[in-house]
Design a protein around this ligand. Structure first.
Ligand SMILES: Cc1ncc(COP(=O)(O)O)c(C=O)c1O
Length: 370
């Protein structure tokens, strides 16, 4: 039997941070359904921290170091939905900084455990808190920054270094990988760093490339892009993680968007499972959201289009959610499984079995006493 990897093995690297970036572009073959275009997934789960946030954490910390904003023994603080936290914790670990993270209670248990596994100190804040409330994860991060000496607040929502990380890496990679053939870039919008940095680079190469921002129902971003008004009525709780906001992050460059598409929790979950089960791409919940946006564009995409869709993170972070049938059923995203005949019999006769079992136990105990 022969085994071949198509690319040369990587050289020895100095530390794990040197393996960040240069993620593959994988052709989607089955889960694109009847979408006619060539659909290519930029699979960020291949980063060592399993998400696109590795690029951001490394770039932002090294930029702050260059500018003398981080001193030896510093504590680096960030408000994060989990992925930036894991990446930041890894960067801090390698570089010898302490990492303190404030996380929304919406983040999955897996994500929280991962942060702790990488040595970060984690503060969980209620997802129901408004950004301006004292207990929101933004406010708690600011408060900790004020209280902890020699601390640095990364602030990925508003520091331009977030989008620059993608301008200097994700954008050029996609341009080179597609050899300039890309016609559409589809990407979820959270802090806006990924889409804004990547799209700026791509549009500089070819201004005709269509940039499609993916937002969640329950977020203010799409309405803000359309009207430039912050409409509180748009805000309500939703399940999909990483995209959508209840603030307008400074890193979202709305001028680069040609279209914004909102997606539902259920469709996003089903698309993520499809990517895993049909194309073997074990990607995260927001990747399903991005793929749902591609499906929503089905009518306007033609055969010659080359659509790059960004898959932000890895599926392992959602084992207890999207990849759990029980969770999917509880959310009403999957029909309850038909009860098997065996479990029906077990349920029906459980009480009777238990009575017989107790009776037998009683007689055994009695005979032992004699
Ligand atoms: C899983 C996931 N998808 C998408 C995004 C959105 O990326 P960005 O913050 O660059 O807009 C994030 C950001 O936290 C994320 O964690």
């Amino acid at each position: 039997m022969t085994f071949s990897t198509k690319t040369a093995p990587p050289a020895i690297v100095d530390n794990v941070l040197d393996t960040i970036g240069n993620t593959p572009l994988v052709r989607i073959r089955r889960s694109q359904g009847s979408v006619k275009a060539e659909v290519l997934g930029k699979v960020e789960g291949f980063n060592p921290g399993h998400s696109a946030k590795d690029r951001v954490a490394l770039y932002m910390v090294e930029k702050a170091e260059r500018e003398g904003k981080i001193q030896e023994g510093a504590t680096i603080i960030e408000a994060t939905s989990g992925n930036t936290g894991f990446s930041l914790a890894t960067v801090c670990l390698i570089k010898g900084y302490k990492c303190v993270l404030t996380v929304s209670s919406k983040a999955s248990d897996e994500k929280l455990r991962l942060l702790q596994a990488m040595g970060a100190e984690v503060f969980i804040c209620p997802s129901s808190a408004k950004p301006e409330d004292a207990d929101s994860y933004y406010s708690v991060a600011k408060q900790l920054h004020a209280e902890i000496p020699n601390s640095y607040y990364l602030n990925q929502n508003f520091d331009d270094a977030n989008k620059d990380a993608h301008y200097y890496s994700t954008g050029p990679e996609i341009w080179e990988q597609t050899q300039g053939r890309i016609t559409h870039f589809v990407c979820c919008v959270g802090t806006g760093g990924t889409i804004s940095g990547t799209a700026r680079y791509l549009k500089e190469q070819n201004p005709d490339i269509q940039v499609i921002g993916v937002d969640a129902y329950g977020s203010v971003l799409k309405r803000y892009w359309e009207t430039e008004e912050f409409d509180e009525k748009e805000i309500y709780p939703y399940k999909v993680e990483g995209l959508g906001k209840t603030i307008i992050p400074g890193n979202v460059d709305f001028s680069l968007f040609d279209k914004m598409i909102k997606v539902h929790d259920k469709d996003s979950a089903i698309r993520a499972r499809d990517l895993a089960q049909k194309d073997g791409l074990f990607v995260g919940y927001s990747s399903g959201a991005a793929m749902q946006a591609v499906h929503k564009m089905k009518r306007e995409l033609v055969e010659d289009d080359v659509v790059v869709v960004l898959f932000s993170d890895h599926g392992s972070r959602y084992l207890g959610k999207v990849y759990s049938d029980d969770w999917m059923e509880d959310m009403g995203f999957l029909k309850k499984k038909e009860e098997s005949y065996n479990s029906y019999l077990y349920r029906k006769y459980k009480v009777r079995y238990k009575r017989i079992y107790n009776k037998v136990n009683y007689y055994i105990n009695q005979s032992l006493k004699m």
